[in-house]
Design a protein around this ligand. Structure first.
Ligand SMILES: [Zn+2]
Ligand SMILES: [Zn+2]
Length: 394
């Protein structure tokens, strides 16, 4: 079965002969226009944004684009070594969720100390995983080895409620392009002709589309199987895929959708061009009782009917521990009380939010005759209709 045909060129509004550069420009313009953060709640923009992403994903990659041009569709299935130099599993972006994105960088420059070569170190923070990593900035076409700035990388980090409130330090494992150590980014060597790393010298790359296998001319070497004067390690790209640990400090008060920029930790550029940036978006996992509303914390607390009626001092949980809350006489169901500066400390403003306590009155379930008798007595003392206000309006 073939995947449905997509109108990628139409989606990006570019002609079929558009250069990689034109495609990227069109993409950036449209991505900005339809970004969900700039069109909150607009489903059609979100849909357009996804289509634009998908079109760009295919058209920015010479190999994918070649297949698309040739067959009218592109399939991810059995696509070995997608991306330059066989970077491997870039894949689609399952579960991409842009609903919480914002454009604010609340601390540029953290994680500068991300160390190289810390391959395979373990995750320390726990409770997070990267949902997707995005490799913006496809490489140039086979015959255009112009240097290109490295693409930005996007990671989503899941942190729990307490990590968000108190801040956390963790280590993120990322895969990025790093400057090639053999040629130091130049992409060239004095080695004369080297075997093309993408097709391993065959001049063809095979690709699965559903159950069918296609042989395509290798987009890297144009079918010759050789690259002239190219670095044998990176095949002339000047960069190689690399696993790296980046230390990330999430400041106290992080919210879902807070976006953190780590400059220079995106992909290395090709042939020595400057690198992109790494963006980390935090997603805060919800707490069963404490609800975040910005820097405020909201919590629902049940109270007994006599506590509501007579007034009481009750204990309520806060993020600092238990505290006393005075319930005044005659409190109604759903009434809200504010505990000042018991919310989340905002690391930008150094101001704490409040905790809002909403009380819910629980009616007793009388199992004994004495209680029932008392309640009947009470109803005789209060013959007024609790629904009187409704009857006035209806
Ligand atoms: Zn190299
Ligand atoms: Zn090749």
């Amino acid at each position: 079965m073939s995947p449905p045909k997509h109108e990628y060129y139409e989606t990006l509004g570019v002609p079929k002969k558009a250069s990689t550069d034109d495609i990227r420009k069109a993409y950036r313009k449209l991505a900005r226009k339809f970004h969900p953060d700039l069109n909150p709640g607009d489903k059609s923009s979100e849909e357009r944004f996804k289509n634009v992403q998908e079109a760009y994903d295919v058209l920015s990659d010479a190999k994918k684009r070649q297949m698309y041009d040739q067959f009218g569709f592109y399939s991810e299935n059995g696509f070995p070594g997608a991306g330059a130099g066989g970077a491997g599993q870039q894949g689609p972006h399952p579960g991409m969720d842009f609903s919480g994105f914002d454009f604010t960088d609340y601390m540029a420059g953290s994680g500068q100390g991300g160390r190289r070569g810390a391959r395979g170190s373990t995750e320390t923070g726990g409770g997070f995983r990267d949902i997707f990593s995005q490799f913006f900035g496809g490489r140039g076409e086979a015959q255009q080895p112009a240097p290109e700035k490295g693409g930005d990388l996007e990671y989503v980090m899941h942190i729990d409620f307490w990590q968000a409130i108190k801040g956390t330090q963790t280590r993120l494992e990322i895969t990025r392009y790093e400057v090639c150590g053999t040629c130091h980014g130049s992409g060239t060597s004095g080695a004369g002709e080297v075997t093309c790393p993408q097709c391993k010298g065959t001049g063809n790359v095979s690709q699965m589309a559903g159950a069918m296998k296609f042989n395509l001319t290798c987009p890297r070497c144009g079918g010759s199987g050789k690259l002239r004067n190219a670095c044998p390690t990176c095949g002339g790209e000047g960069r190689v895929p690399y696993n790296e640990s980046v230390d990330v400090r999430i400041p106290p008060g992080a919210r879902s959708g807070s976006r953190l920029r780590v400059p220079g930790k995106g992909n290395a550029g090709t042939q020595g061009a400057p690198p992109g940036d790494l963006y980390i978006t935090t997603q805060v996992v919800e707490h069963p009782f404490f609800k975040r509303d910005g820097d405020n914390i909201e919590i629902n607390v049940p109270i007994a009917i006599w506590e509501a009626a007579l007034g009481a001092k009750i204990e309520v949980p806060t993020i600092d521990g238990r505290t006393l809350l005075k319930i005044p006489q005659g409190t109604q169901n759903g009434q809200r009380f504010r505990l000042r500066e018991k919310g989340v400390m905002n690391s930008r403003t150094n101001v704490r939010g409040d905790q809002i306590v909403e009380v819910g009155i629980e009616a007793p379930d009388p199992r004994d005759e004495k209680t029932r008798e008392l309640l009947r007595e009470m109803s005789k003392l209060h013959p007024e209709d609790p629904r009187a206000k409704i009857w006035e309006q209806v």
